[in-house]
Design a protein around this ligand. Structure first.
Ligand code: ADP
Length: 150
């Protein structure tokens, strides 16, 4: 069984994240979405709410599992017996970050990072912009996966 983790902050999960996971299911038998909770960065949504949003998005996908974790991403991958880390790439800015972490993770553990380019129509979508819009009372339905209600 080919299992990958899809780690992130998901504050909140967007349609960009959702698309990467759905496309990732063509490559992997199972994807464990891991909500990292050990970062010092403050989040808008609680871990419970972030879990709830992701559960809503993937309610019909039995091959998608969802967990919160509070450790290094490579240790989380090992704990669920995943040999791959799935990530999405939007821009050159994402690339530098992913390259450094992906290479470190591979050297330390042999876990490979598999990167999918974002679909062009979701290239501008980010959790950061979604949070800014929410903070100023705007509707972000178009940023969210189908079937998700905040
Ligand atoms: P992190 O805090 O680790 O960057 P995020 O929740 O921001 O976590 O993102 C998780 C993953 O999803 C990252 O690989 C990120 O590049 C990717 N991602 C975020 N937004 C998009 C998008 N619109 N399209 C494709 N991938 C995306």
């Amino acid at each position: 069984m080919k299992r990958a983790i899809f780690p992130g902050t998901f504050d909140p999960l967007t349609i960009g994240h959702y698309s990467i996971v759905i496309r990732g299911l063509e490559i992997f038998d199972e994807i464990v979405i891991g909500i990292g909770t050990n970062q010092s960065k403050k989040t808008l949504f609680s871990v419970e709410k972030r879990l709830d949003i992701i559960h809503q998005a993937f309610a019909n996908e039995s091959r998608v599992k969802i967990e919160a974790y509070n450790s290094l991403t490579i240790d989380f991958a090992k704990s669920v017996d995943a040999k791959f880390i799935l990530r999405g790439l939007r821009s050159v800015g994402d690339f530098e970050y992913e390259r450094t972490i992906g290479e470190t993770n591979r050297i330390l553990t042999g876990i490979e990072t598999v990167i999918l380019f974002t679909e062009a129509e979701y290239g501008h979508i980010s959790s950061t912009v979604a949070r800014d819009l929410i903070t100023f009372g705007k509707d972000i339905t178009s940023f969210l996966p189908p079937n998700v209600k905040l």
